[in-house]
Design a protein around this ligand. Structure first.
Ligand code: PLP
Length: 396
């Protein structure tokens, strides 16, 4: 059968997630990989989950296994406001919070609601690849915003909003994937002012906010311009990504559209997993477990930054995140990071070439993303040293 002639135009725009393809290659035996972007399996609260499973069955019985409203399982929606107030400074009522199957589901829903073919949307360069993948099938025209070591340059946003009818702006302001960069407070305030002045909509994607290893937590932009921000977060990095529990807060007028879209996609997120999440938060287990995750990742991040400092040659620079899961390395201008990637994989050490995180395929080939959550300190040190040796090795 000729499937090609059956495909919708937008389906042709879909691409396999390049990183997933890379991860297949680099998960071969013997490979030391700094390519992954996932939580360490040892960060999962297995013992707590045993308690929660029992609790959920006793407390909720069959209703934890039943169909449930699209907006989310009530006990989880009731558990989240306290956590959001304490951790993010967000004042919300249970009815303001909607549950999604991971934050990824919200990105797709936003694409579906807002993007018609060739509509301009504004993204950082580089940005989260999964967001580009969620938006691509809706055929937007990407307008790239200028970023520096402190993330989005607000003046660039101002200039773009003055010139283009941007449907929405997509940002990861805290410990961004892929760069690890965090937008400082002054810029957050400036961005909040700009989106309010231009009556623009921001999607603030915040999966890493809780993974702070040093420094002061910053207010999320949602608190600075509440009516102009869809705030999206997830329990994937602080509980377990396989449970697929994300949540979001949207301006009232947008909320119903997002719920309607979700209704058509999956009716609702797994009731049982939402019940586990409700008990995880409500029972104080998240509060108890989060320090263990931070204790696991902080030395790994320090090991990576120390190793880069020790081994990497002149001409290479890198981000120095205070949290999250990633460090971003920039080589000299015109450095061919894809060529380096192939040499490294042959020698059993891997990273993700940074070019895949740009909406413009012509830029970013001198960059790489390194992940520090998936290997212990000694392995990270050895891997960064090996990368540096391969960079220094003569090649044709
Ligand atoms: C910036 C960003 N947004 C969203 C996601 C997806 O998270 P979830 O598991 O909640 O779908 C990720 C996952 O790595 C991410 O890095």
């Amino acid at each position: 059968m000729n499937i090609q002639k059956l495909l919708a135009d937008r389906t042709r725009k879909m691409s396999v997630n390049t990183i997933r393809e890379i991860l297949k290659v680099v998960s071969q035996p013997g490979m030391v990989s700094l390519a992954g972007g996932i939580p360490a399996p040892e960060s999962f609260p297995i013992d707590i989950l045993k308690i929660l499973t029992q609790k959920v069955l006793e407390k909720y019985g069959p209703s934890a296994l039943q169909y449930d409203p699209t907006e989310g399982f009530s006990p989880l929606r009731e558990a989240l406001p306290g956590y959001l107030a304490a951790k993010r400074g967000i004042q919300a009522k249970p009815k303001d919070i909607l549950i999604a199957s991971g934050s990824q589901g919200v990105l797709d829903a936003a694409g579906k609601i807002f993007i018609s073919r060739n509509d301009p949307i504004a993204v950082e360069a580089p940005t989260y690849l999964g967001a580009l993948q969620a938006f691509d099938p809706y055929e937007p025209r990407y307008v790239t915003l200028v970023s520096d070591a402190y993330g989005l340059v607000p003046e660039s946003l101002e200039e773009v909003l003055a010139r283009e009818p941007i449907k929405f702006i997509y940002l990861v302001p805290t410990f961004q994937n892929p760069t690890g960069r965090t937008i400082p407070l002054e810029r957050r305030r400036h961005i909040a002012d700009i989106i309010q002045i231009h009556d623009a909509l921001l999607i603030e994607d915040d999966p890493y906010g809780d993974l702070r290893y040093s420094g002061q937590a910053l207010p999320v932009i949602k608190t600075l311009a509440p009516e102009h921000v869809i705030y999206v977060s997830t329990l994937s990095k602080v509980f377990a990504p396989g449970l697929r529990i994300g949540y979001y807060l949207a301006p009232k007028k947008i909320r119903d559209w997002l719920v309607m879209v979700k209704q058509g996609v999956d009716l609702h997120t797994s009731t049982f997993n939402q019940a586990l999440a409700a008990e995880y938060i409500q029972g104080g287990y998240l509060e108890q477990h989060l320090p263990h995750i931070i204790e696991l990742y902080k030395p790994r991040k320090d090991a990576m930054l120390g190793a880069l400092q020790r081994y990497f040659p002149e001409g290479f620079t890198w981000s120095k995140p205070e949290g999250g899961m990633f460090v971003w390395v920039e080589g000299p201008e015109n450095y061919d990071m894809q060529e380096l990637y192939h040499r490294c994989v042959q020698q059993n050490v891997a990273f993700v070439p940074g070019k895949f995180f740009y909406s413009d395929p012509e830029v970013g080939n001198h960059t790489m993303r390194l992940n520090f959550t998936m290997a212990d300190e000694a392995t990270i040190d050895g891997a960064v040293k090996k990368l540096a040796e391969i960079i220094a090795a003569p090649h044709v």
